[in-house]
Design a protein. Structure first.
Length: 317
């Protein structure tokens, strides 16, 4: 059996804690996204529990890691279904919170034939009001922590505890409410931004310039930006240079959750101690392979599928 630079280390599967969104998504597949009022008839449909942290956790599990999820659902039937769906997908949901009197998060998503999407999410304001204490001991059993921006108060406590425990404290820097990124970023050791969030924070759309601006803003952290078909960019702290990795060429069917899959793969690779370039290649390929499958997080690939694709991409040597 041949070995690869992308193989997990020997021993038990590395443990990744994901914190944030757990949503019941209803996906509709349509020929094209609407441009105005009227009625649009989908030709396919799927309901699935996902969300940024949830989809990232699923990616961790699919790639051979042990994934735990801390999130909140309402005290309703949808919440029970979300937890059951994620548990059945191999995610440890024992840390999930059921909030009496709150409604579970739901989202309606249109995906067109080019793989682009239109998302209409709803989060009950009461879903994330209560925040439990998070200590160094709580996160010490994990090898890496990944938080999204949907439960900022819990995300901040978790990042701080992870830093205290000496664990990778990774922030999914997606579009968020005013001040959320600025609150969370100082506590993170690694920040992987989505392109829209990065451009908004940096005040420019020139991606090389964006990475430089964000690195100067958050000097303490590893900084990366994912840009879909334009690949990913990161600041190499060893050389002081900005690195660009082109995206693998795939036939795009559905981009929903691709960024989340990237984040999950990134967090697992950090937990496993993979070198930076291998981490970025693994994450990029996992996200690209997901785009070939309709159904949001369902498209998250296995480790073997990523290995095979990396070999074909010329990166698996």
């Amino acid at each position: 059996m041949t070995t690869s630079a992308f193989d997990p280390p020997p021993g038990q599967a590395r443990r990744v804690l994901c914190v944030g969104a757990a949503v019941m998504d209803t996906l509709f597949r349509v020929r094209s996204l609407p441009t105005g009022q009227g009625k649009i008839l989908p030709y396919d449909m799927l309901q699935i529990a996902e969300g940024m942290a949830s989809s990232a956790a699923f990616a961790v599990a699919r790639l051979g890691g042990h994934a735990s999820l801390w999130g909140a659902v309402g005290g309703d039937a949808i919440g029970e279904r979300i937890i059951a769906d994620l548990s059945d997908s191999g995610i440890d949901t024992s840390g999930m919170v059921r909030v009496a009197g709150a409604r579970s998060a739901v989202s309606t998503i249109l995906v067109d034939d080019q793989g682009e999407r239109l998302i209409v999410p709803f989060y009950d304001a009461g879903l994330h009001e209560t925040v439990k204490p998070v200590t160094k001991q709580d996160v010490s059993v994990f090898d890496a922590v990944l938080v999204d921006v949907r439960w900022p108060k819990l995300a901040l406590r978790t990042l701080l505890a992870a830093r205290e425990a000496g664990k990778p404290a990774i922030l999914d820097g997606d579009v968020a409410g005013d001040g959320v990124i600025e609150m969370l970023a100082p506590a993170a050791s690694h920040i992987v931004f989505s392109q829209p969030a990065a451009e908004r924070l940096a005040g420019t759309a020139e991606l090389l310039k964006v990475v430089g601006v964000l690195k100067r803003k958050f000097e303490h952290a590893f900084i990366s930006v994912t840009a879909g078909e334009n690949g990913c960019f990161w600041f190499d702290d060893r050389t002081g240079e900005i690195v660009h990795l082109a995206a693998p060429k795939v036939r795009t069917v559905d981009t929903l959750a691709a960024g989340d899959i990237f984040h999950g793969a990134f967090a697992l690779a950090m937990a496993e101690g993979l070198p930076l370039e291998e981490t970025m290649r693994l994450s990029s390929m996992a996200a690209a392979l997901k785009c070939q499958v309709f159904g949001g997080r369902i498209g998250a690939p296995t480790r073997a599928e990523v290995h095979d694709a990396l070999r074909d991409w010329g990166a698996g040597r």
